[in-house]
Design a protein around this ligand. Structure first.
Ligand code: NAP
Length: 544
């Protein structure tokens, strides 16, 4: 419900258009935005959520490509705030597919009557802070204005799709799309010659799903990935009951781990046990589903060093075992980056797809893509005729969707200019010169819902604190922001995430500054930091 409504002439139309005022405007109706709406409403605040999509779900709305699913356990990914919801909702598979996850988020939206405060089909052009009146003026692409005292950008970590600027891209006569904008009505791939560019987590899910359907599939690979078997399966009735009685333990386990997943590292070093014991553990965990293979493994498997390389070689051999043609197998074996320095995709029959006669793997590191032609893809040494091109080429991660909005802070400074060398924030969520703006999309990696709930709880309590104590604005101090940026850069150096050309550091986007885009800290450390800040009267912030 709007706080108040003002009338203003609508530019160029001669008509009047209502400017609506809210306590909080949230951009994004994905998992974070939906929870923000629920939580802020509970606090008695007026909220408007805006989303470009025609429905809820964010990532789970847009990513409709065949094979899209969680690779963290479904029951660890759901919201925890409502016991009723937890007991009502039956996850059908251990690793939920996109359609089921989208259904879940729609169920949540309906159950908590969230839709009435969400405006769909609304693209945001800009957000401008009004220093005199202390509110954010959000302007939609079609020129409507929505004001909020606070602005939360729940725009997603991986939502701004990236398509390389290939020469001739628009000359292609066939159909093409980015996986993150897979058409709602689907793509007719049956009997077609299809090309997939990219072999990241998305392509690894997509390729085995479409390979049996298409006439011919050409996969353009620049970097081979370490992929591990997902081992998904349906959840039977008995397991369903077990899950429903175990939610407190599931969430407790998630809350104690670095990435908020259900798996805890073995505190031993891989190098402190005998080679036989080491291999026994590797093999045992390999048979498990999902992320257990590395997140329950020896603690140093996910740290740069000897154990990491030892495990990497184990995974390489697993890949070699799966692929019949030794030449193709070697093309699929990663040798140029350490295990875990890029996100490890979970696969179902991915490597088996390359044993099919209708699948061709092309090495575009050796012979890069030169251009897209009207009839397909031209690399440095061949031309591939295609009916359809699928770009599984990833995302301008974390800052891409945020900076696609022209965000103007105090003195008209553009956030894009402030972020020119990488994000400049305090705790990932707040920046000097941008009072009352919470950039929550940049604050977490790992299990997104587990990270989003406590983060939104913190932001909601912060907003309440500001309002209940007679303040109108909150922004970090320059010292706090500088110290945080230093911390991200310095401590980020000790994480695997900064050890490869990946989206975590913006290295997948030509021209993007290289900087760790998220906090280098574990999820428990981030929660503790935020709790301490709040307990100390929002230490590091200026309240006015
Ligand atoms: P990605 O991991 O960034 O992969 C993009 C792929 O496109 C890479 O193979 C990349 O090669 C290739 N590429 C980019 N530019 C290219 C060019 N000019 N020429 C040739 N190849 C090019 O993107 P993604 O697969 O969409 O995954 C992104 C993230 O989304 C994942 O890391 C994961 O966090 C998330 N995700 C999660 C799930 C899940 O939960 N199940 C599923 C899918 C995605 P290079 O490696 O050489 O750059």
């Amino acid at each position: 419900m709007a706080d108040s409504v003002q009338e203003r002439p609508e530019a160029g139309t001669g008509q009047t258009d209502a400017i609506e005022n809210f306590d909080v405007v949230v951009i994004g109706a994905g998992v974070t935005g939906l929870y923000a709406l629920y939580r802020l409403r509970e606090l008695g605040l007026s909220v408007r959520v805006l989303d470009e999509a025609s429905g809820v779900g964010g990532t789970w709305y847009w990513n409709r490509y065949p094979g899209c699913r969680f690779d963290s356990e479904s029951y660890s990914y759901g919201y925890s705030f409502s016991e009723e919801l937890l007991q009502e909702w039956d996850w059908k598979e251990h690793y939920s597919s996109q359609p089921e996850t989208e259904r879940y988020l729609n169920y949540v939206a309906d159950k908590f009557d969230l839709r009435r405060d969400i405006q769909f089909n609304t693209r945001i052009a800009s957000a401008t802070y009004d220093e005199n009146e202390n509110f954010w003026r959000v302007e939609t692409k079609d020129g409507h204005l929505i004001n909020g005292q606070f602005l939360i950008t729940a725009v997603g970590l991986l939502s701004a799709g990236y398509i390389p600027d290939f020469k001739g891209i628009n000359s292609f006569k066939g159909a093409w799309c980015h996986t993150g904008r897979w058409p709602k009505e689907g793509m007719d791939l049956a009997g077609k010659r299809v090309g997939v560019i990219g072999t990241g987590a998305t392509a690894v899910q997509l390729i085995p799903m479409i390979a049996p359907e298409v006439a011919h599939l050409t996969v353009f690979q620049r970097t081979a990935n370490y992929c591990a078997p997902l081992r998904n399966g349906p959840i039977d009735d008995e397991t369903q009951l077990e899950i429903k009685t175990s939610y407190p333990e599931i969430f407790r386990a998630c809350n104690e781990t670095a990435g908020s997943f259900m798996h805890e590292f073995d505190p031993r070093s891989a190098m402190d046990v005998s080679p036989e014991e080491r291999l026994e553990q590797y093999e045992r965990l390999w048979q498990k589903s999902g992320f257990a293979k590395w997140l329950s493994n020896f603690r140093d498997v996910m740290l740069p060093g000897e154990a990491n390389e030892d495990y990497a070689e184990f995974v390489r051999n697993k890949i070699r075992e799966r692929v019949h043609d030794p030449v193709v197998a070697e093309m699929l074996v990663p040798k140029d980056h350490t295990f875990g320095s890029k996100r490890v995709p979970c696969e179902t029959e991915y490597y088996d797809a390359y044993n099919r006669d209708n699948v061709l793997l092309v090495d575009v590191r050796k012979a890069p893509i030169e251009c897209i032609t009207p009839s397909g893809v031209k690399t440095a040494d061949a031309e591939y005729d295609l009916d359809i091109i699928i770009y599984a080429t990833g995302y301008d991660a974390v800052t891409g969707a945020l900076l696609a909005i022209d965000i103007y802070g105090e003195g008209g400074e553009k956030l894009k200019d402030k972020y020119v060398n990488g994000p400049r924030t305090y705790m990932g969520i707040s920046s000097v010169g941008y009072p009352n703006l919470f950039t929550v999309n940049s604050a977490s990696v790992g299990n997104f819902v587990r990270a989003a709930e406590p983060l939104i709880d913190w932001v909601s309590e912060c907003i309440s604190y500001v309002r209940n104590n007679g303040y109108t604005r909150i922004a970090p101090t320059a010292e706090a922001e500088n110290a945080w940026v230093d911390h991200v850069n310095e401590d980020g150096e000790n994480t695997l995430r900064t050890k490869a050309a990946n989206w975590f550091v913006g290295a997948n986007i030509p021209g993007k500054a290289r900087a760790l885009l998220t906090a280098p800290d574990t999820a428990p450390a981030m929660r503790a930091k935020r709790a301490e800040v709040a307990a100390n009267g929002y230490e590091g912030f200026v309240l006015k």
